[in-house]
Write a protein that binds this ligand. Structure first.
Ligand code: WT7
Length: 647
């Protein structure tokens, strides 16, 4: 992302934590950074000590780069920590989840009620023969049964694999197959912008495609008619009817797998990122508590979808392990009108709100009149995650949503890190719009050059993490070599490579600039160019495709496809539509290319590699730099003409 770099270099605005905020903040002493750095194992083990363990760990960390084990010998259960732990306290009847459906229906689950649902569903899963270690795929929208399913899986030690409800049947099928799940949890349908989405039909298609699925558990959400396959399909509510509300939790080893989450990498095949029980829980517990400055009475709302890591860590496991009240919303932010989220902030008196830059840019574009309709004075802290936030969006968020009084925590992390890694601490850190500021205490980050040498302050290079952290991924499901190659081989086995470009400034603040690999970030969603390319070449008319992420004012980036057709095929608006549709079907509507440009040739280097940088410049309407290293330099100009004439 070339453009923001210059803008960031000029960013001089500073925001100190307001005094009223600091006065009540959980963490105020800047010395926590030094203390945590000197004894990071001790630092993490203090948080671990605040959780419930069946058996305490013998050692905090065993680090055989790049393999880490945390809280060795410790035994615990994540559902016990997210639910049971609170039942013996005044939190028993506190709202754990405040849920709102898109049509306006609501459901509030206290910790006691959540406990009952989780235990009952744990019994249901056990009655279907699900055992410790079995993977369960969950394909649900944002309804309470989603966190209930996850926690029930955690209770019986069955790792869950939640697949974002908006993913296509094809994408779901490949994830079911890769994980080897026999159980699929889905629903009849759900609402999106007033429209009924027939989820069960999509799940059926995936179950058919993948094979291996023995039982499909169907939540009745929308009441639409769905065919139930006898012997395979079971209604959630029927199974729950007879289920007892007490299920003994499995004693999990700290290193036992809690869940897997698929994410896009640099190849066409999504990777199943594996997270474990002890380290992950300690990491998300600690970061939720400190980064969001949680207080007992807070209402906390992360507007992400639980189908992504943000939702796993900061809607489910982080807030619930802290005994917080977490808000969940099923639908679209512009339904029935563009003030829906602000209406909800007002209705629930939300104190902490966490969203993505792409959403903030969308709110900006919609206009200030929508937030202005509502009383947002309950807000005291705002968060951002998913992509670099441009300073203008940051400042708008601060002024319009935060009323100028709420600190903003811009949190950098990844599916793989499991927890927030670079972030302000809201009671301590002076913030600069566009910078995620400093590593969380106990975390060590750096900006390195190609050779792994630290770049001096003011310079740019690759972001790197220099020390293991508890919520780090342990492997890629079924492909440990890929784990080693992808993350721990760029410089040496002890240095984690996230795939982001970054710069750091004289104050040691980090400015994450975006991906440096073939991964793009579309509206906060991670997509691989290869994945979209393989979807395109599945079409009989396509010979070759090159996809890049081009800058976009709201979404951050959008996929743009350059396509060579097979002989006998000609480019047309109809074919462009067809190819866009193809990508939406194979991956998800999120991945649908913004443009498909037909071209007789692609710019290639002498070694035959497609020069993507050039394609990006073309798609962004930039000056084309040096093209002399191309084997076919004339293509550059032709493509530029094709692109602009078609626009
Ligand atoms: C990639 C990870 C982690 C939750 C959501 C995305 C980008 C994430 C920031 C931020 C700049 C950010 C990075 C990262 N990213 N947060 N605050 N500032 N960039 O998870 O799908 O695993 O994507 O999102 O490029 O590598 P993900």
């Amino acid at each position: 992302m070339a453009k923001p770099i210059e803008a960031l270099l000029d960013e001089r605005r500073r925001y100190r934590p307001p005094e009223e905020f600091v006065a009540r903040a959980n963490v105020r002493d800047p010395d926590v950074y030094r203390q945590a750095d000197e004894d990071f194992e001790g630092f993490w083990s203090r948080f671990a000590g605040e959780l419930d363990w069946f058996r305490k760990w013998d050692r905090v960390l065993e680090w055989n780069p790049p393999d880490a084990r945390w809280f060795i010998g410790g035994k615990l259960n994540a559902s016990v920590n997210c639910v049971d732990r609170h039942l013996a306290t005044p939190r028993k009847n506190k709202a754990a989840i405040i849920w709102e459906g898109e049509p306006g229906d609501t459901r509030v689950l206290t910790y006691q009620e959540l406990s009952r649902e989780v235990n009952r569903f744990a019994n249901v899963l056990r009655s279907l023969g699900v055992k410790k270690g079995d993977r369960v795929t969950i394909y649900l929208p944002m309804i309470p049964e989603l966190p209930i399913s996850m926690l029930a899986c955690a209770r019986i030690g069955a790792p869950h694999s939640v697949v974002f409800g908006g993913f296509s049947p094809t994408a779901l099928a490949s994830r079911i197959e890769d994980s080897g799940s026999r159980i699929l949890i889905t629903c009849d349908g759900y609402y999106r912008r007033g429209e009924l989405i027939p989820q069960k039909a999509r799940a059926d298609e995936a179950a058919q495609k993948s094979g291996g699925i023995e039982k499909v558990i169907v939540v009745r959400r929308a009441g639409n008619d769905v065919p139930m396959q006898p012997g395979r399909d079971l209604w959630w509510h029927e199974l729950m009817e007879g289920a007892r509300g007490v299920a003994a939790p499995e004693e999990m080893d700290a290193e036992d797998m809690l869940f897997m989450m698929y994410t896009s990498g640099t190849t066409g095949k999504p990777k199943g990122v594996v997270h474990t029980t002890g380290g992950y829980l300690v990491g998300v517990y600690a970061t939720t508590k400190w980064v969001f400055d949680l207080h007992e009475e807070d209402t906390y709302w992360c507007s992400a979808d639980i189908g992504w890591i943000t939702g796993h860590s900061y809607i489910v496991y982080g807030p619930l392990s802290n005994g917080a009240t977490t808000v969940m919303y099923e639908g679209s932010p512009d339904w029935p009108d563009k003030d829906r989220l602000w209406q909800m902030v007002e209705r629930y008196r939300v104190n902490i709100f966490y969203t993505a830059p792409t959403a903030i840019r969308q709110f900006m574009q919609w206009g200030e009149q929508y937030p202005a309709r509502h009383d947002l004075s309950s807000l005291r802290l705002l968060g951002s995650v998913g992509e670099p936030i441009n300073p203008e969006a940051w400042v708008w968020y601060h002024r319009v949503i935060g009323g100028g009084r709420c600190p903003i925590v811009d949190t950098w992390w990844q599916t793989e890190t499991g927890m927030i890694m670079i972030t302000p601490l809201p009671g301590i850190t002076e913030t600069k719009p566009g910078s995620a500021t400093r590593p969380f205490p106990g975390v060590r980050a750096a900006v390195l050059d190609e050779n792994g040498q630290p770049v001096p302050p003011g310079g740019g290079g690759y972001l790197a993490l220099l020390r293991p952290w508890p919520a780090m991924l342990r492997t890629i499901w079924g492909d440990h070599d890929r784990y080693v190659a992808q993350y721990w081989s760029r410089w040496n086995r002890e240095t984690y490579y996230p795939g982001d470009g970054a710069k750091w400034d004289e104050d040691g603040y980090f400015w994450v600039l975006g991906r440096v690999d073939d991964v793009m970030n579309v509206a906060g969603h991670r997509l691989s160019t290869m994945e979209i390319e393989s979807a395109l070449v599945e079409h009989p008319a396509v010979a070759e495709a090159a996809v890049i992420g081009a800058l976009h004012p709201i979404k951050g980036q959008v996929p743009v496809a350059f396509v060579i057709l097979k002989s006998g095929h000609a480019g047309s608006p109809a074919l462009e539509q067809e190819l866009k549709q193809k990508v939406a079907e194979v991956i998800s509507p999120i991945a649908r290319p913004d443009r498909v440009v037909f071209t007789p040739d692609l710019p290639k280097t002498r070694s035959g590699k497609i020069m993507r940088r050039l394609l990006r410049d073309i798609a962004e309407g930039k000056e084309l730099g040096d093209v002399t290293t191309l084997r076919n330099p004339e293509v550059a100009e032709e493509l530029r003409m094709a692109f602009t004439s078609h626009a």
